[in-house]
Ligand binder design. Structure first.
Ligand SMILES: Nc1ncnc2c1ncn2[C@@H]1O[C@H](COP(=O)(O)OP(=O)(O)OP(=O)(O)O)[C@@H](O)[C@H]1O
Ligand SMILES: [Mg+2]
Length: 514
């Protein structure tokens, strides 16, 4: 061993022991301003070998990150017990975290004659702690969104049933009150308000991911192209719009109308961030991730993704705003200008489709929102539900089994259907529906059933009844579902609550005539 790097007077076996352990151990001689001893492991931790340290005891400091250097150097002072963590860049260029501990060694008179210390590589521990912290933050964020979503979803569910009743009876009364009669305008106001309220519950349900959606294979390029004209008009003349579509873009699974809404909400936000004009770029791309993509709000797992990016040259957002953007009702816009639902809705739509929203933003530089949706697996064939053309007549004489556990909703639906000429067999739940179907003489042409009921879901009821009634058509109605639509029912017609009487009749006629 180099005598210049051995602690003064230490016996040889001790030196060998010290050399054998992989802790970086050192002894500093403050009077001489040199390392009295440095163990071989100092080279691994600090990137400076004992030989180099023998020449210049402070050589290791050159490898310490500039921001941490002052703190790390205090370790040599020997004024107190020190325990610091600092960054070191090893000669190969890798950055490591080092924990350094040091203490003064005093003589009998209390004078500091040496400073002794330990240094160890704690990079792995730091990384694990960081990852844990990130996971905790993600979990907290997910739980928060889940809780708000559940609240919004259950409120919207009850509202949808009530709104169906309000819409039903107001439309019914409108039919009895002629144009020009004094009560007519008031009734119209009720009907219109109910529809507006329905639009709001629809947004809340979209956010809470309890919105009933029908999933189809979607070409995001087509969604962008379809929306282009509308977006152009929406953002005004002061903003340039550049669209770049990737050729041969793989399909994704989801609801094309909802993806359209995502684009629109993003474009409106971008417009609002550029009151003096600017540029919006919309791009689609296929993307393969070899490693998870970490970002502020979580991470995107490895795999094949299709991305839709909307960037603007607007105001950008600071950290505090960025961390809250997906919260429903979080807005920085003056009251009346924004409700703070735009990004919450995007979050819900994208999450429901199994995707992620990645936001990059810097104050004064602009913002970019990247939507990543999983590439649809080859062979995933999904029936495409085309909305049937509006029926010429909304009347019919077929028999309909109506299953709905909300009494008032059932009454409105029954009244509407009966007045349009249909025979209605009513059931207040799945058990009663099974009984009625078993005891009904004559054909049942259609079962119109609620989805969320106590004994079993509408899907399960349909599965039980269908084998005994091969000619019976099916239609579900719901505004809210905690259960995803089973694959076999993805193509079954769906009536979203709240519905108006004419909406109901349209859909019923279309299904029966198909
Ligand atoms: N492109 C953007 N540039 C700068 N800030 C943005 C951008 N997009 C969103 N934000 C910020 O995020 C906030 C939330 O956006 P979000 O779309 O959810 O609600 P909003 O636009 O305020 O209201 P709403 O969309 O309901 O009309 C905005 O108020 C704004 O501060
Ligand atoms: Mg918005």
């Amino acid at each position: 061993m180099d005598t210049s790097s051995s602690p003064d007077g230490a016996p040889r076996p001790l030196l060998e022991l010290l050399a054998g352990i992989d802790l970086a151990l050192w002894v500093w001689d403050p009077a001489a301003g040199r390392m009295a001893y440095a163990s071989p492991a100092c080279a691994d931790v600090w990137g400076a070998t004992p030989a180099e340290l023998a020449v210049d005891g402070r050589a290791w400091l050159a490898h310490v990150h500039a921001e941490d250097r002052e703190k790390a150097a205090l370790g040599l002072k020997g004024k107190e017990l020190r325990d610091d963590e600092y960054r070191v860049t090893l000669p190969g260029g890798t950055e490591r975290w080092v924990r350094g501990r040091s203490f003064p060694v005093r003589d009998s008179a209390g004078k500091t004659v040496r400073v002794a210390g330990l240094a160890e590589d704690v990079t792995q521990r730091r990384q694990m702690a960081d990852a844990l912290q990130q996971r905790e933050a993600e979990l907290l964020q997910a739980q928060k969104m889940e809780a708000i979503g559940r609240l919004a979803g259950s409120v919207a569910h009850d509202f949808n049933n009530m709104l169906t009743v309000i819409m039903g009876y107001s439309q019914h009364m409108l039919e009895a009150v002629k144009d020009g009669e004094p009560r007519r305008a008031e009734l119209e106001l009720i009907a219109r308000s109910a529809e507006k309220a329905g639009a709001l519950t629809h947004q809340l349900l979209t956010f809470s991911r309890r919105q009933v959606t029908q999933t189809v294979l979607v070409d995001l390029n087509a969604v962008v192209s379809d929306m282009h004209k509308m977006l152009r008009r929406l953002i005004g003349d002061d903003i340039e719009l550049k669209v770049t579509l990737a050729p041969d873009l793989p399909a994704v699974l989801g609801d094309p109308n909802q993806f359209g809404q995502v684009l629109m909400n993003l474009a409106v936000n971008a417009r609002d961030a550029m009151p003096k004009g600017g540029r919006i770029a919309m791009t689609t791309a296929a993307l393969h991730l070899d490693a998870p993509l970490r970002h502020r709000h979580g991470f995107v797992p490895t795999g094949d993704w299709v991305s839709l990016t909307l960037s603007d040259t607007g105001s950008g957002m600071d950290d505090a705003v960025q961390s809250r953007i997906f919260e429903p009702f979080f807005t920085t816009k003056e009251s009346g200008k924004g409700t703070g639902l735009g990004l919450a809705i995007i979050y819900g739509i994208v999450a429901q489709a199994g995707g992620h929203v990645v936001c990059d933003s810097a104050v004064g530089k602009g913002t970019s929102f990247r939507i990543l949706l999983p590439k649809a697996k080859s062979g995933s064939v999904v029936a495409v539900m085309s909305d049937a053309a509006p029926a010429a007549s909304l009347r019919g004489t077929e028999t309909i089994l109506l299953v709905e556990d909300e009494e008032w909703v059932r009454q409105v639906a029954r009244m509407t259907l009966a007045e349009a000429g249909y025979s209605v067999v009513e059931a207040s739940g799945p058990a009663e529906a099974l009984y009625m179907a078993g005891h009904h003489h004559g054909p049942i042409h259609l079962m119109l059933t609620d989805v969320v009921m106590l004994q079993m879901t509408g899907f399960e009821l349909a599965d039980q009844l269908a084998p005994t009634k091969p000619d019976m058509r099916l239609m579900f109605m719901s505004g809210y579902t905690d259960n995803p639509i089973p694959d076999k029912h993805r193509a079954t017609p769906f009536l979203a609550k709240p519905f108006t009487p004419s909406g109901l009749l349209q859909k019923v006629r279309a299904v029966l005539s198909a």
